[in-house]
Design a protein around this ligand. Structure first.
Ligand code: GTR
Length: 328
């Protein structure tokens, strides 16, 4: 063998071993953003996602979840995806809606007939369309968690009809769908980060906020807001997303592993959600929160006309809305 040939072979072998070493060295700890306390349903389910990945990839991928919004508030975290600062997260469809309008449609007030309807929509073909619409923001949605139903909690009086909200300062997440919905009901929508709500309630900066019972309870906002009025204006799905840069770097087999892990984690989240809702409701009752079920939701539903007119504003979005409504 000529020297040049030999050298060529040696170089090729070196490349192969470097590649092998490279695979081993590629073991990656993925950074997960999460807004909630560690024992929240979604938090436990995100941990589970990481555990399944670690097990199924034999440690090549592990997950490290940063709870309590440690990596920043939701809008900031969504923006971080474009910069590859975060590898996976669970984001509210409502917050994603400011970046990808299809997500806004799936988060519209009173859009779902039931939780089952929501699951049928996001778990089916529409869920894939929603995921595709996130590609420009460097995200792939692998599975969907439930965000329950959001209702108003207030400091000084219950809400029975939209007129009760007139002039009240109600905290909302910093995203269009929440602002528009609450303003259409006649309140003064005040966008604030999740972590700032307790003090804002306490100091009278706001008169109330709106959320599902697990969030109302886990944040201890009920210590200050003693009225919880169940009008259920928003039922918002939450997406378990991974960075598209990461996704595109995965082998097909690993992509399937990530998908399966995400689905399993979503199943767990939905189960835990039902349990946590019960637990939260019991804690609220114990703390003397006055819960009123809004029997007649029609005036709330009727008030949403302008929100639909404003936000469902292209043929594509109108078609998506129809498709969502048509799902059985
Ligand atoms: C929670 C939801 C978060 C965020 C939060 C908020 O229920 O899981 O994504 O929307 O409410 O009100 O900021």
């Amino acid at each position: 063998m000529k020297i040049a040939q030999r050298l060529g072979r040696i170089a090729a072998l070196a490349t192969v071993s470097a590649l092998c070493l490279g695979v081993a060295a590629e073991a990656r700890e993925l950074r997960g953003w999460n807004l909630h306390v560690p024992d929240y349903p979604g938090s436990i389910a995100m941990e589970k996602f990481g555990e399944i990945l670690a097990e199924k990839t034999e440690g090549r991928y592990t997950g490290s979840v940063f709870h309590n919004g440690q990596l920043g508030d939701q809008r900031f975290a969504i923006e971080q995806f474009a910069l590859d600062g975060i590898d996976f997260a669970v984001f509210s469809g409502g917050s994603l809606g400011d970046f990808a309008t299809a997500l806004q449609i799936v988060s519209m007030p009173y859009i779902f007939r039931s939780a089952e309807h929501m699951y049928a929509v996001v778990d089916g073909e529409i869920g894939e369309r929603l995921s595709d619409s996130l590609a420009d923001h460097n995200m792939v949605a692998l599975a969907w968690y439930t965000g329950g139903a959001r209702s108003f909690y207030t400091v000084s009086k219950p809400i029975n009809e939209p007129a009760d909200l007139s002039g009240m300062k109600i905290r909302v997440p910093d995203a269009e769908i929440f602002v528009s919905t609450v303003e259409a009901l006649g309140a003064n929508a005040t966008p604030l980060a999740f972590g700032e709500v307790y003090t804002a309630l306490q100091t009278g900066v706001i008169d109330g906020a709106e959320n599902n019972s697990p969030s109302f309870e886990s944040t201890r906002h009920y210590e200050v807001a003693k009225f919880y009025s169940l009008d259920e204006h928003l039922m918002v799905p939450e997406a378990l997303v991974v960075s598209k840069t990461l996704w595109d770097s995965l082998s097909e087999e690993d992509q399937q592993t990530f998908r399966d892990a995400a689905r399993e984690s979503a199943e767990l989240q939905r189960e835990l959600w039902a349990e946590r809702e019960e637990k939260s409701n019991a804690i609220l009752a114990e703390a003397g929160v006055q819960v009123n079920v809004v029997e007649d939701k029609q005036p709330f539903i009727d008030a949403m006309g302008p929100v639909y007119e404003k936000l469902v504003n292209t043929d594509e979005l109108r078609a998506l809305l129809q498709d969502i409504q048509a799902v059985e």
